[in-house]
Design a protein around this ligand. Structure first.
Ligand code: XIL
Length: 603
C-alpha cells in the first residue's frame, strides 16, 4: 500500500470512523428528527425480517412510518380468488402498532403482483371491475382507520403512456380511476396515492403522470398524492443529471401546485460492483439532496427508504441486481452508514437542532470532486494454477497474461486459461433480461488482444448512423488509457474509447467503430454471430502514433469494458465492468476506468 493511501485511509477513519461512533451515540433517532420537521420517515420489512432482533430494533426505533415490503400486495393477500389471507399483513400491523409507527398501505393494484388467476384470467370488463372492487373493499375496509395512506395504483404508466397491464386490457384506461373510487368508498378518510418509479424528475413519464393526476383532480377523482419511488443509482442527483435538485424540485412543485401531497416512497441508491469510500460519499449526497428538496416543500410529507439494512435490500436479489449492493442507510451489521448521518444531520439542522456532522464533514461528501479513493488492492492470487494470470479483482483490476498469441478467427480455444470476467450488471438492464457478456484480454510482443462473448437473444445492428449513434445499438466497448495518468478526467491522445459494433458481423473492412479516439487504436476486428449472441475478437497494436505500450510485467493501463444492447427501440441495456463507473461516465471521464495489468504468464 502506498504511504499516501495509508494516510488517506487513516484520515478517513479519523474523520468518519470515530466521529460517527460519537455522533451515533449522541444523535437522536431519525424518527425524532423527522418529527421535529413534521415529516414521516419510513422503512419496510417482510415478516421474515422481524425475527432478526437487530432489524426489529432498528426499524422500530429509527422510523415512524412502516410499509409492508411485499406482503400487503394483491398477489400475496388473495392468492386464490375470494380467499383472503391477512396473517402476514396483521403480523406486520402489530409490529407497527407496538412501535407507534404509522402504516402506509402498499399497494392495491400493481401489474407485477397480481395473482395468476387474475392476470391470466379471461374476465369481461364488468367481471374485472367486480374483482377489483371486491379486493379493494375487503383490504381497505379491513384496515379502515389503521392504514391512513394507500398506494392505490402502482406503476401504471410506462414511458409516456398507460402501461399495458392485464387490468388495462380487461377494463380499459379507467381502471385506474375506478380503483381510486373504490378505495375512497371503502375508507373515505384514507389518503390515496398514485405511486411510480423513473418519474421523479422531468421526463415523458412524469409528464404523463402529471397529466393523469391533473385530470383526476379536475374531475374530482379522489386522489391525494403522488409517490415518487426514488430507486436511484449513485450520482443520479448530481449536477447536470436528470435528477439534479432543480429537476426533482420542479416536478414535486407542479404536483404540489395541484393541491396534492408528494412522498418519497421507496428510496434506495444502488451502485455497480463493490462499493468504496467515494461511492458511500456520493450515495450520502444523493440521499441528502433528495431529502433537502422534500424538506423545502410543505407538500412533501414522507421520506421512506426501501429497506433497513443493505443485506436485506431487494436490489441484491432483484433481476439484474448486484449481490454486493449497499443501497440503504444501514450496513449489513445494522450500523449506520455515512448516508444515515447525511440524512440525520440535515433533519437536525432543518429543525434548528444541534448539527450531527461538522460543516467540514458535510463538505467532504457533498463535494463533487472526482476523488476516487479506493481500498488497497488485494495481493494477486490464482485460484486455478493453470490460469495464465491472477484472478481479476471484480470491477477494479484485470490481469492480462503475456506473452500469449491469439488469432482473430472466432475459435476461442486459444483463450483457454486466460482469466475470464462476466459482466451482468450495470446502470440499465431490463427486468428478466438475459443479456450479459464475458471478456478476456491478453498480450504478446506486438499486440493487445480482446475477446468479448455476448449473450443476447436479439441482435440489433445496422439501424443507426455509426458515427453519431453507434452506442444505441448492440456493441461492445473496450477503453484504454495508455498515458500513465490514470487520474486523467478528460480524453487526450493516448486515451481511447473503442466501441466495436455488432455490425462488424458483416465483415466490414475497415471495422465499424465508435467512440473518442477509437481510430487511433488501429484495431483489427473479427466478429461473428453465435448460437446465443455474438463474439468479438480484436487486436490493438502496442505501438501506434498515439501510444507505446511496454509489454512488461505489471505494466498498468487504464481499462474499461461496456456492453450496449438494444431491443430495437434504442439502447435498453448498459452493462459496465469498472465499479468506479456506476453511472456510465467513462465516455467523458477516463478516471472512471479500472486497471489492466500485464502479467508475465510464467511469473
Ligand atoms: C419489491 C420488494 O422489495 C421485493 O421484496 C418483492 O419481491 C418485489 O417487490 N417497486 C415497488 C415495490 O413498488 O413494491 C417493489 O418491492 C420494488 C419496486
Amino acid at each position: 500500500m502506498r504511504i499516501r493511501t495509508i494516510l488517506a485511509l487513516l484520515l478517513l477513519l479519523a474523520i468518519f470512523g470515530m466521529s460517527f461512533v460519537a455522533a451515533q451515540e449522541e444523535s437522536p433517532p431519525l424518527r425524532d428528527l423527522a418529527e421535529a420537521n413534521d415529516i414521516y420517515i419510513g422503512s419496510v420489512a417482510w415478516t421474515q425480517h422481524l425475527s432478526n432482533p437487530r432489524l426489529a430494533e432498528v426499524l422500530g426505533s429509527e422510523f415512524n412510518m412502516f410499509v409492508h415490503e411485499h406482503q400487503a400486495k394483491f398477489c400475496m393477500i388473495q392468492q386464490q380468488r375470494g380467499v383472503f389471507n391477512f396473517t402476514d399483513v396483521d403480523t406486520l400491523m402489530d409490529f407497527a402498532a407496538e412501535n407507534n409507527m404509522v402504516v402506509r398501505g402498499h399497494t392495491l393494484i400493481w401489474h407485477s403482483c397480481e395473482p395468476a388467476w387474475l392476470s391470466e384470467g379471461d374476465f369481461s370488463r364488468d367481471e374485472a371491475i367486480e374483482i377489483m372492487r371486491d379486493h379493494i373493499y375487503t383490504v381497505v375496509g379491513r384496515y379502515k382507520g389503521r392504514i391512513p395512506i394507500w398506494d392505490v395504483v402502482n406503476e401504471a404508466i410506462d414511458g409516456g403512456t398507460y402501461r399495458n397491464t392485464p387490468l388495462l386490457r380487461m377494463i380499459g384506461e379507467d381502471y385506474i380511476e375506478l380503483a381510486f373510487q373504490f378505495a375512497h368508498e371503502a375508507d373515505p378518510d384514507a389518503l390515496l396515492f398514485y405511486n411510480d418509479y423513473g418519474a421523479e424528475g422531468l421526463n415523458a413519464k412524469s409528464q404523463a403522470i402529471y397529466d393523469m393526476v391533473s385530470d383526476f383532480v379536475a374531475r374530482g377523482v379522489p386522489i391525494h398524492g403522488v409517490g415518487l419511488q426514488m430507486h436511484l443509482q449513485v450520482g443520479e442527483t448530481e449536477e447536470g443529471n436528470w435528477l439534479a435538485q432543480e429537476n426533482l424540485r420542479a416536478n414535486m412543485q407542479r404536483i404540489a401546485d395541484l393541491g396534492l401531497q408528494v412522498q418519497v416512497t421507496e428510496m434506495d441508491v444502488r451502485h455497480g460492483g463493490t462499493a468504496n469510500e467515494r461511492i458511500y460519499q456520493r450515495q450520502a449526497a444523493d440521499y441528502r439532496r433528495v431529502l433537502e428538496v422534500c424538506l423545502d416543500l410543505e407538500a412533501c410529507t414522507a421520506f421512506i427508504v426501501w429497506g433497513v439494512s443493505d443485506n436485506l435490500s431487494w436490489i441484491r436479489g432483484w433481476d439484474g441486481g448486484n449481490p454486493q449492493a449497499e443501497p440503504l442507510l444501514f450496513n449489513s451489521n445494522f450500523e449506520p452508514k455515512l448516508a444515515y448521518f447525511a440524512v440525520a444531520d440535515l433533519l437536525a439542522r432543518r429543525a434548528g437542532l444541534e448539527p450531527i456532522l461538522s460543516d467540514e464533514e458535510v463538505d467532504a461528501f457533498m463535494g463533487t470532486g472526482e476523488d476516487t479513493t479506493t481500498a488497497a488492492l488485494p495481493e494477486p492470487t490464482r485460484s486455478n494454477p493453470a490460469q495464465l494470470a491472477p484472478d481479476p479483482v471484480a470491477g477494479v483490476v484485470y490481469y492480462a497474461p503475456f506473452s500469449v498469441s491469439i488469432t482473430l478467427d472466432g475459435d476461442t480455444s486459444d483463450w483457454e486459461n486466460i482469466p475470464r470476467v462476466t459482466v451482468d450488471n450495470g446502470p440499465a438492464l431490463p427486468a428478466n433480461s438475459d443479456t450479459s457478456f464475458s471478456f478476456a484480454v491478453a498480450a504478446d510482443e506486438t499486440s493487445l488482444y480482446f475477446l468479448a462473448e455476448v449473450q443476447d437473444s436479439q441482435l440489433v445492428y445496422g439501424l443507426n448512423e455509426p458515427v453519431s449513434a453507434w452506442y444505441l445499438e448492440d456493441s461492445v466497448e473496450f477503453y484504454l488509457n495508455t498515458t500513465g495518468n490514470l487520474e486523467a478526467t478528460a480524453y487526450e491522445s493516448g486515451i481511447a474509447q473503442i466501441g466495436i459494433l455488432a455490425a462488424n458481423i458483416t465483415g466490414s473492412e475497415p471495422p465499424i467503430l465508435g467512440g473518442s479516439n477509437s481510430g487511433d487504436s488501429h484495431i483489427s476486428v473479427f466478429a461473428m454471430e453465435t448460437e446465443t449472441g455474438y463474439l468479438i475478437e480484436a487486436a490493438v497494436p502496442l505501438e501506434t502514433d498515439a501510444w507505446s505500450i511496454q509489454p512488461r510485467h505489471r505494466a498498468t493501463l487504464g481499462f474499461q469494458a461496456h456492453l450496449n444492447s438494444s431491443s430495437g427501440e434504442g439502447r435498453d441495456t448498459k452493462l459496465i465492468w469498472s465499479s468506479n463507473d456506476p453511472d456510465d461516465q467513462s465516455w467523458t471521464n477516463p478516471s472512471r476506468f479500472g486497471q489492466l495489468v500485464l502479467w508475465y504468464k510464467d511469473f
